[in-house]
Ligand binder design. Structure first.
Ligand code: 2F8
Length: 201
């Protein structure tokens, strides 16, 4: 099991985002070390955590700066709003996809993060990567993960499965409980959550 001990900011020496496989420098690491490693995604800056994996020894786990790291993924919580299709396009443009929620712990991490940003009497909708646009009532995750009804977190009475409501959101209020998914019209403009694999090296 990995224990996380050190944080580092990784900055590319050129201002422009680098192409794939560009070498980066860890500016802060244990003992002030400098390491040069290749990262597979384009980002001007990275935030890395140094952990220990039994099979590999020291492992850096990195997310693009501004993304939140949880387990093996990085998450982007948007400030702006878009419809569902533009939201997914925006995520894929950042080498990610609308979030796919696989477990209760992932659901809780996301919910608790958003709750911190929501003030009393406010509520926010965030698109997730789940839609039944292709066939009414047949829910599909954007990354083709099989949809499992027993590992879904729909609000009571949802999905209402109206033909008008084919895209799923996480609906967050300060007192929201774990079961907070709702289906809304895909043309509605709301916030979004993108997810990508954390980069380990
Ligand atoms: O909870 C019932 C109903 O509430 C709203 O409609 C009034 C939701 N619509 C949006 O959030 C856009 C419905 O999706 C929901 O079923």
């Amino acid at each position: 099991m990995a224990s996380e001990v050190t944080y580092a900011e990784v900055k590319f020496k050129n201002a422009a985002p680098p192409p794939a496989e560009t070498k980066v420098t860890l500016l802060k690491g244990t003992g002030g070390c400098e390491e040069h490693k290749a990262l597979p995604q384009s980002s001007a800056e990275w935030h890395c955590v140094l952990g220990r994996a039994e099979e590999k020894g020291q492992v850096w786990t990195c997310c693009p700066m501004g993304w939140k790291h949880f387990q093996s993924s990085c998450y982007y919580f948007s400030i702006d709003t878009m419809n569902w299709s533009d939201s997914e396009t925006n995520c894929t443009g950042m080498s990610s996809h609308l979030v796919v929620i696989n477990t209760g712990t992932e659901q809780d991490f996301i919910l608790n993060w958003i709750k911190r940003t929501v003030t009393s009497f406010q509520n926010k909708n965030y698109y997730i990567g789940l839609t039944d646009q292709a066939q009414e009532g047949q829910w599909h995750w954007v990354d083709q993960t099989p949809y499992n009804e027993t590992a879904a977190f729909w609000r009571q009475g949802e999905p209402s499965n109206s033909k008008m409501e084919n895209c799923a959101v996480m609906h967050v209020k300060t007192n929201a409980n774990r079961k907070n998914w709702n289906d809304i019209p895909c043309s509605t403009t709301v916030n979004r959550i993108c997810e990508t694999d954390a980069t380990r090296f």
